[in-house]
Design a protein around this ligand. Structure first.
Ligand code: ATP
Length: 200
């Protein structure tokens, strides 16, 4: 497919829930979180580069990446963090674009939590924001994960503001209602995206 929709939204907004409805309609998903793991899986160029740079200390006994150790290193050293990002970000971008190109559906949904924050909106043809209030983000994330409201609040604070994302997105899905109400909204967007994709 060569028509790409960038799906984004803050923590706990409902990106996965919305993406799964598009998938049920036959649309291929390309997920930034999954690609970020693929580029450092065992045997990958990404993991080899990381081991060359940081040494075997960043490997677990089974040869896979020790994420906790790597996180610790880059947390303590901003220059190492920059090094790692400049290695991985281009690999993640290229892999996502390659997966989009291979996809057989009429258009592709690229799911990217930090789409605007990381400037990945420049890679897509159109952006779709899943929008809920910060209060609901907190409530739903605390119900889903073993985290405190305070921790969720800090993550929300580290992401682009609701207003900024609303001003940048081409399309917005309000996910403050019931999950059952989402299907209709996704179907309407699906129809729009099919016509945009087929006229592009
Ligand atoms: P993250 O970026 O944090 O992984 P996400 O944006 O992918 O989150 P989801 O995992 O889809 O969000 O949704 C967050 C939680 O809220 C999940 O437990 C999900 O089942 C629930 N949820 C999603 N939409 C609704 C809704 N409309 N009403 C009630 N609960 C919802």
């Amino acid at each position: 497919a060569n028509f790409i929709i960038g799906l984004t939204g803050g923590i706990g907004s409902g990106k996965t829930t919305v993406a799964n409805i598009f998938a049920e309609l036959g649309i291929t998903l390309v997920d930034a979180d999954i690609v970020a793991r693929e580029v450092v899986q065992q045997g990958s160029i990404g993991l080899n580069n990381i081991v060359q740079h940081f040494g075997e200390q960043v490997l677990l006994a089974d040869g896979s990446l020790n994420r906790a150790r790597l996180r610790e290193i880059i947390f303590q050293d901003a220059s190492q963090r920059l090094w790692l990002n400049s290695l991985l970000h281009p690999m993640i971008r290229e892999t996502m674009l390659a997966q989009c190109k291979e996809a057989q559906s009429d258009y592709v949904i690229m799911v990217v939590p930090l789409l605007f924050e990381n400037g990945l909106d420049s890679l897509v043809d159109r952006t779709l924001l899943v929008d809920i209030s910060p209060e609901l983000q907190q409530q739903r994330t605390v119900a889903r994960d073993a985290v405190t409201a305070e921790q969720v609040k800090n993550i929300i604070g580290s992401q682009a503001s609701r207003a900024e994302k609303l001003s940048k997105a081409d399309d917005v899905i309000d996910n403050q209602g019931e999950i059952s109400a989402l299907k209709c909204k996704v179907q309407a967007l699906h129809n729009l995206y099919l016509s945009l994709a087929n006229n592009s």
